[in-house]
Ligand binder design. Sequence first.
Ligand code: SAH
Length: 361
Amino acid sequence: MEQERIEIRSLTLEELTALMEELGEKRFRAKQLYQWLHVHRAASYEEMTNLPKSLLAKLAERTSLTVLRQETVQVSGLDGTRKYLFALPDGNLIESVLMRYQHGNSVCISSQAGCRMGCRFCASAIGGLVRGLTAAEMAEQVYRIGRDTGERISHVVVMGTGEPLDNYDNLLRFLALLTDENGLHISQRNITVSTCGIVPRIRQLADERLSITLAISLHAATQEKRRELMPVADRYGLPELMEACRYYFDRTGRRVTFEYSLVAGVNDSDEDAKELAGLLSGMNCHVNLIPVNPVKERAYRQPDRGRILDFKNKLEKYGINVTIRREMGRDIDGACGQLRKRYLGSVDPGLHEDKTDGGLG
Ligand code: SAH
């Protein structure tokens, strides 16, 4: 039987060095190779012109070089946001977004094909989980977009489809590749990882003592309300989650961000704001309010502008640090997962059969 191929773009520099030794090559080749893979973001071995042909032949035989294929890109006429649909080597589809901000270009990547967390308002939950992405597949989203635009990417947010902490080992490997000084060398401080709240993994991540920002998808200030929106809350209750967030801050010194999707009539009342302020009081944190993105299959609606501003003002009165997320690319498939889902829908309607809805919406 054929030996399983090594996915070369997922290897750290140390692992590449070990591979060079195993192949009877000079150690310094590892660094050259790493540069081709992570700085030049090579799409084929043919590009690697300063490496011996014999080495490239061995690599072609023993390894796989992960390259994402761009299926489509939608460009916003409003703010230049670019939403990409990529095919993974096995044909699965994922989406990634380039957002242009004053402070630099930010890429939002997917960490899984599909998701099994089942949040009620989320388009990505609808088809369930297909599989977690490898480190190379996560990095490739940043690399292809960088090569496609020719622009520097300074920020990365792991906020696309999937639950990053449900793909923990690959996520950490990806973070190591992305921040390595021999690669793109993106600053840890410019990376945000967003989670629905897998408590043991938050604690594990805290113990890694990275300088990345942790974002928690909170969306409700009481356990009862949160359970209705996010099945993960049945597994990890709100008090445990808040404890884990405090632990993250204690271990890393990094202020935690709480994401709160405002849904009309569900979590947007003055009472909700008061409860949220109470939950977060005394914590060094930041709240990001996101007017919920309507998803076709769900009945959730955004509060009107006045209500959103009232909610923000209320939180501020209680001394909470809060912003309203600027909506990027309003004119292209908005919410996470919608572009991918539309594509899947046009290919095989059976794929987005709803297995997660508990009767809401
Ligand atoms: N699984 C991770 C990261 C992916 S979701 C997490 O839960 O954080 C990224 C963010 O978008 C999360 O805060 C998620 O709750 C939010 N989100 C998903 N669907 C949304 C929608 N329709 N409207 C607004 N926010 C949504």
